[in-house]
Write a protein that binds this ligand. Structure first.
Ligand SMILES: Cc1ncc(COP(=O)(O)O)c(C=O)c1O
Length: 202
């Protein structure tokens, strides 16, 4: 998480973080809120020394500010912004490989369900849907090839609440990746990274 203008941003109260995230002053112009950089490409002034940003898909100052801000609010180390929830979820699942298995909240959002059951299944990524509020079901779903656990809590549509800490602690013991869709709550009321037992970790 980069806060070149303010190293103490992470120590502040949540309400203050919402207003001041530490990098809101634009270094190039002094603008007191982050300008919207619309350029797709950035000039190379020196062939030997590439600029920090060269192409907006790989990095853009406006998006970088958003990503740093979200990481600060979530208590994480890095943020990655996507143009939709499903693009973020699809990308997260690309951490898996053919032959891997994932344990998923049973009443997960329809788009996530369809991604798993009509696309990722064709790529030999298997999923088991369980009532994530029942810890025994989660444990029973574990297979030798289980690689990750995907929680959605509160779930959409039935708003079931998963005990994030219990599941995340177990997942870590089992060396599984933990993924969590926090659509409804925001990091004000629900703090998945800290509940995952690794404050300050991604
Ligand atoms: C829990 C949950 N996850 C993911 C999504 C997908 O988000 P998007 O429509 O931005 O792709 C939604 C959309 O309602 C959702 O409710």
């Amino acid at each position: 998480m980069t806060h070149p203008n303010d190293r103490h941003a992470g120590d502040r109260e949540f309400a203050t973080k919402l207003i001041h995230f530490g990098s809101e002053i634009d270094e190039a112009t002094g603008a007191s809120s982050v300008p919207i950089y619309q350029a797709s490409t950035f000039h190379h002034f020196d062939l030997e020394q590439p600029p920090k940003h060269d192409y907006s898909r790989s990095g853009n100052p406006t998006r970088e500010a958003l990503e740093s801000y979200i990481a600060l609010l979530e208590g994480g180390t890095r943020g990655f912004a996507f143009s939709s929830g499903m693009s973020a979820i699809s990308t997260a699942f690309l951490l898996l490989s053919a032959g891997d298995h994932v344990i998923v909240t049973e009443d997960v959002y329809g788009g996530t369900y369809r991604l798993l059951t009509t696309v990722l299944n064709r790529l030999a990524i298997e999923s088991t849907f369980v009532d994530m509020t029942d810890f025994e079901q989660v444990v029973a779903a574990r297979r030798p090839n289980t690689k990750a656990i995907f929680m959605e809590t509160p779930s959409n549509p039935t708003l079931k609440i998963t005990d994030i800490k219990r599941i995340a602690d177990w997942a870590r013991e089992q060396a599984l990746l933990t993924m969590l869709d926090n659509t409804f709550m925001t990091p004000y009321h629900q703090r998945p990274i800290e509940l995952g037992g690794r404050p300050g970790a991604a």
